[in-house]
Design a binder for this molecule. Structure first.
Ligand SMILES: Cc1ncc(COP(=O)(O)OP(=O)(O)O)c(N)n1
Ligand SMILES: Cc1ncsc1CCOP(=O)(O)O
Ligand SMILES: [Mg+2]
Length: 308
């Protein structure tokens, strides 16, 4: 058996019961298995870490990131220990400075944004302000710029004079014009947005991530918060990765603990307490509020469960 195979097997058997593993996707001719070979790896540990990650069900980009982290961890810690798992910022080559020392950092937001309602229109935002939710997002999807502007203006007005912080999903230009508290962008939104303009206007920026590779990428922008998910299955959005589960969320939250963090995806009253225990300071939900019999009561109940 090759050395790399042996190291990978040691990692897998040490972490088999860690709740990090997901079923490996089915491969076909149109979606072939990832190629983890010497071509990209600089040492055995990188290759073994990446191979183990693939067999633990991580997607290829995450496996490559994990491989690099295994290599750094092994060098930094002075030897290979299969029972460890990369979990420190330096293992992932995250930015070495704090927000205050980074002139490109986005404006700070509270470390704990608390319960975060992601709402489909301005009327829902108003209801959330009345329910005294700490954080709300206007996630209004439309092609009509006039309607978008109107919704954003109404949502900003609804939060004025309240303690509720408002993030606008996707429409960063309109959010700047309306002087919203912040903007939320997904990975695909980043390229089309002028992040410098958002930063210069003093709006906070939240970024979505779905795994290790995207977290490392998001870190380069030093956003105000990092969202991670989907934690559990959700039918509200087609996700680029499988639900990550609590085991992975706990690792992500540990690695990125210097950021305000938001967990999202399929979280409800039965799971919110376990999610909060990961250390994330905020939990974003849609259906747990919008489909509740009494949304205002749900806001209170979910917050109680988060704190319990
Ligand atoms: C708090 C929070 N997290 C993730 C998302 C999803 O953003 P994105 O991936 O850009 O998808 P859309 O919401 O735009 O469909 C979010 N909106 N909020
Ligand atoms: C917008 C979004 N982004 C990631 S999951 C999600 C939807 C979450 O909805 P729910 O809380 O109802 O699963
Ligand atoms: Mg988006």
């Amino acid at each position: 058996m090759s050395l790399v195979r042996d190291l990978a097997d040691q990692i897998i058997s040490a972490h088999r019961n860690d709740d990090l593993c997901l079923p490996i996707p089915q491969y076909s001719i149109s979606s072939p298995p990832p190629r983890i070979d010497n071509e990209f790896a600089t040492d055995h540990y990188e290759l073994a870490g990446a191979l183990a990650a693939i067999e633990m069900g991580f997607i290829e980009s995450d496996a490559r990131t994990i491989g690099k982290a295994w290599s750094r961890m092994t060098i930094q810690d002075g030897g290979f220990n299969p029972f460890k798992w990369p979990s420190r910022p330096e293992h992932f080559d995250l930015l070495p400075w704090t927000r205050n020392m980074n002139p490109k950092a986005f404006k700070e937001c509270p470390k704990r944004l608390g319960l975060y309602g992601v709402m489909p229109d301005a009327d829902w935002v108003k209801r959330m302000v009345e329910a005294e939710i700490p954080t709300v997002q206007l996630r209004f999807k439309s092609e009509d710029r006039f309607k978008i502007r109107k919704q954003i203006k109404e949502a900003v007005k609804a939060t004025e004079g309240s303690k509720t912080l408002l993030f606008i999903n996707d429409y960063w230009e309109e959010a700047i014009d309306a002087e919203a508290y912040g903007v939320h962008l997904g990975q695909e939104d980043i390229e089309g947005a002028d992040l410098e303009q958002i930063r210069a206007a003093g709006l906070r920026l939240g970024l979505s991530t779905h795994g290790y590779a995207e977290m490392v990428y998001a870190d380069r922008f030093c956003p105000s918060y990092i969202a991670m998910g989907a934690v559990f299955p959700t039918n509200l959005k087609k996700m680029p990765t499988a639900p990550q589960g609590l085991g992975r969320l706990y690792q992500y939250a540990k690695l990125m603990s210097h950021y305000p963090l938001v967990a999202i995806g399929g979280i409800d009253q039965d799971s919110i307490h376990a999610v909060a225990k990961s250390g994330v300071g905020s939990i974003a939900v849609v259906r747990a509020i919008t489909q509740a019999k009494d949304p205002k009561a749900a806001v209170k109940h979910l917050q109680d469960l988060m704190r319990a």
